[in-house]
Design a protein around this ligand. Sequence first.
Ligand SMILES: NC(=O)c1ccc[n+]([C@@H]2O[C@H](COP(=O)([O-])OP(=O)(O)OC[C@H]3O[C@@H](n4cnc5c(N)ncnc54)[C@H](O)[C@@H]3O)[C@@H](O)[C@H]2O)c1
Length: 262
Amino acid sequence: MLKTQPNPLVITGAASGIGADTWRRLSSAGHELVGVDRTPVEDFAGQFIVGDLSTAEGIAAVVEQLPEQLDGLVNIAGVPGTAPVETVLAVNVFAVRDLTSACLPRITDGGCVVNLSSSVADGWLDHATAVRQLAFCSRGDLQQARELVEDAAYLWSKRAVRLLTEHFAAQLVGRRVRVTSVSPGPVQTPILDDFRRDHGQDKVNGAGELLGRFGSPEDISAVVEFLVSEQGCWVNGTDIRVDGGLAAWRNEQAARVAEEQA
Ligand SMILES: NC(=O)c1ccc[n+]([C@@H]2O[C@H](COP(=O)([O-])OP(=O)(O)OC[C@H]3O[C@@H](n4cnc5c(N)ncnc54)[C@H](O)[C@@H]3O)[C@@H](O)[C@H]2O)c1
């Protein structure tokens, strides 16, 4: 649906990496923008809200400053698994859930929500019941969430993002607001060093060697641009993996090993 009057798109995590490249790309494409991050951005192209998405109070303070009408929300802010479990769950899961819920009444028909998941979340449906419990866990019941994620909070947080994407898309079917996610493999941003500490140097560097390079923020922001555009209007309730083929290669390797062992 073509809009006569564009409203802003909200982009979280706009100060660094994928979020920073996304606002530059969307601004060049003519979108009105509101940026959100805990770190200020001096040259942001639009309204910028400095806010902490790790608490309910921080999210409420951000929402209070948002325009009454929005074209959409791009949930990019995220922290790696090297952060404390509570922070990983608060930013990567509860902020996506609660900011989306708070923004949806402001998103006009034809609008969309795009979430950043990760290729590590592939196969999340095999754990759907536990992922649902985590995604809808109350902030006051962190003990239950801690037990679910054990020592893999980042992996579970990105699984929860896939579930939340489907959940909101299903709720909104017929309201013409789409909800999708993008799942990058390793991307050259400041978070990559944390991934090396979390997943091991060899695994992360080996992926870069296999592919010839790491993903770039531009590889990811191009897909986000498509998803928020008219061209993406029939893509809904689904995830797009953007990993240069890494997961396909790993799946094939695993199948070969299984065949050899059979
Ligand atoms: N880079 C990768 O390899 C990769 C791979 C898969 C998924 N992702 C996901 O992509 C998203 C963007 O990652 P990136 O690589 O650009 O990382 P990044 O560290 O460069 O950017 C993350 C941004 O989130 C912001 N942020 C973190 N906590 C916040 C909080 N409490 N309140 C407000 N803002 C907060 C940071 O300030 C930062 O600007 C994340 O959700 C990440 O999990 C990244």
